[in-house]
Design a binder for this molecule. Structure first.
Ligand code: ADP
Length: 499
């Protein structure tokens, strides 16, 4: 499947159950963020490959085994895939660490947990029930069916490639769809390794296809392809907007999970040590490269200085270095453009007049070698109107903003274009419920941060997205409802009257 070209691992992509090169026969390099050096070659897919994949998927949707398969059987295949993921979770985690720079400590837990989406939606596959409607017309039987959409295109970002694939693939397949997946050009390898498990689980050829390549060359043709019925996307809001516009031309369905600038709000009645840990995990876990990063830390004025002191002291202890080491707590940035972007936001913040309480530069610690590391950074004296507080940095950069009372915390918390998540730290129950109600975010955590589950819906308010992922309801995002009318009347009545 993968051969070695020099020292680089050469990958193929998967179309119609075959491991293939791209139509152009070109490849591009994938980098190890810890060494800053290329380690793999990925096929450079284009519109021709997308067309082959979309046709293969459509064929698998309309003929062969897949459309004949019962929902129970589809569920069994998904559960088998879950078992294979559980078995191979460590190997999958190693690939993600190499390609993405995420910590092995986090990835080994994440790849193991990822199996739950396949178990859950595998279980749900045969529980999608239509209704018989007690219709208000004589001699008429009316019922609903939930039917798959057909070919679903999924466009995946680089920050959690396999997990974010699972959030789309598991419900889409459970609902009976077929898929063309386009991973990020920065992190394609783990999905290609994962395709071996799809093959082993026994999904018919063409049900899951992968076209690797760049956004404009492989992503855009997927969005525009006439056989693609829906696009499921996770990524930045600006790319989401472009995809939404392109999908609108074909009146395609879309679901999108986009960026965030989430407030993590600490009241003076919080358990301070817990809130410090929550603030740290909110911004430094995954090197801040998560859409749910609690990148705006709102701290009540009365405890501001004391809280910042504890926060800085804790953040200073973060160990950086080889992401494969279980000791490492903050890993490298996944790709070079992102590394440069984070450093440029640090400059922007400084020019805006913030105070650097910690970090504020690239990391030059010996254990970081030539990798793309940024020091955990904490800025104080941030005003919510500053660019550093309004724009998504996607890195280990925290902006601390003081507030007076609940009202001001809500006003500042909601004063961004995004609405993906929010955290609240308080021991006051009334306050917890009030904040949960008033914060405009798809997820609100109280006295915890970064919790996600296959059981609970996840998605954004405002510019953070359209639709939800995970939980029972969201399978409907991959289904369409058909209303069926059957007349039992002996005679067709007057044709000029609508009934
Ligand atoms: P980030 O790298 O910040 O997550 P993007 O949102 O740009 O950035 O990327 C997410 C995914 O969207 C990647 O798979 C990327 O290749 C893809 N992509 C980027 N631009 C486009 C586009 N114009 N059309 C379709 N897909 C795109």
């Amino acid at each position: 499947m993968d051969t070695t070209a020099g020292t680089l691992v050469k990958y193929k992509m998967v179309i119609d159950g075959e491991w293939v090169d791209s139509a152009s026969s070109q490849h591009f390099e994938s980098f190890d963020p810890f060494t800053g050096k290329p380690w793999a070659l990925i096929p450079r897919g284009n519109a021709e490959d997308v067309d082959r994949a979309a046709r293969a998927a459509r064929k698998a949707f309309t003929s062969g085994e897949w459309p004949k398969m019962t929902a129970s059987r589809r569920g069994a295949l998904l559960r088998k895939l879950g078992d294979l993921i559980t078995e191979k979770s460590k190997a999958l985690a190693e690939i993600e660490v190499r390609d993405n720079g995420k910590l092995y400590a986090e990835m080994s837990a994440q790849t193991a947990y990822m199996a739950q989406w396949y178990y859950y939606y595998g279980g749900l596959a045969d529980k999608i029930e239509g209704q018989v409607i007690p219709i208000d017309k004589p001699d008429t039987f009316n019922y609903t069916r939930f039917e798959p959409l057909g070919v679903v295109g999924a466009i995946i970002p680089w920050n959690s490639p396999l997990l974010l694939t699972a959030w789309k693939l598991a419900p889409a397949l459970a609902a009976g769809n077929v898929m063309v997946l386009k991973p990020s050009e920065y992190t394609s390898a783990s999905l290609l390794e994962f395709m071996k498990l799809i093959e082993e689980a026994g999904f018919p050829p063409g049900v899951v296809n992968v076209v690797t390549g760049f956004g404009p060359e492989a992503g855009t043709p997927l969005v525009e392809h006439p056989l693609v019925a829906k696009i499921a996307f996770t990524g930045s809001d600006l790319t989401g907007q472009k995809i939404y516009e392109a999908a609108a031309k074909g009146l395609k369905k879309v679901s999108m999970e986009l960026g965030g600038k989430s407030p993590n709000i600490v009241f003076d009645d919080a358990e301070i040590d817990n809130a410090v840990k929550g603030a740290i995990s909110g911004i430094f876990a995954a090197t801040g490269q998560t859409c749910i990063a609690g990148s705006r830390l709102l701290v009540q004025e009365s405890i501001h200085d004391q809280f910042v002191e504890k926060l800085v002291a804790f953040a200073k202890t973060a160990k950086m270095g080889n992401p494969m080491s279980m000791e490492t707590q903050v890993g490298p940035v996944t790709n070079q453009p992102q590394y440069k972007k984070i450093l440029s936001y640090i400059d922007i913040a400084k020019a805006e007049g913030v105070t650097t309480a910690l970090g504020g530069a690239k990391a030059t610690r010996p254990e970081c070698g030539d990798g793309w590391f940024v020091e955990p950074t904490i800025f104080t004296g941030v005003k919510n109107s500053m660019r550093i507080a309004q724009e998504e940095v996607f890195g280990p950069v925290l902006s601390v903003i003081p507030f007076k009372d609940e009202e001001e915390a809500i006003a500042i918390g909601n004063d961004v274009v995004f609405g993906l998540a929010a955290g609240v730290w308080t021991q006051n129950m009334r306050r917890a419920f009030l904040m949960a109600e008033k914060l405009q975010a798809g997820t609100v955590w109280v006295n915890t941060y970064r919790a996600v589950s296959y059981l609970s819906p996840f998605g954004g308010y405002k510019r953070s997205g359209l639709g939800r992922e995970s939980g029972q309801e969201m399978i409907k995002e991959y289904l369409q409802t058909k209303s069926v009318w059957i007349s039992t009347a002996r005679e067709v009545p007057n044709p000029f009257i609508m009934r």
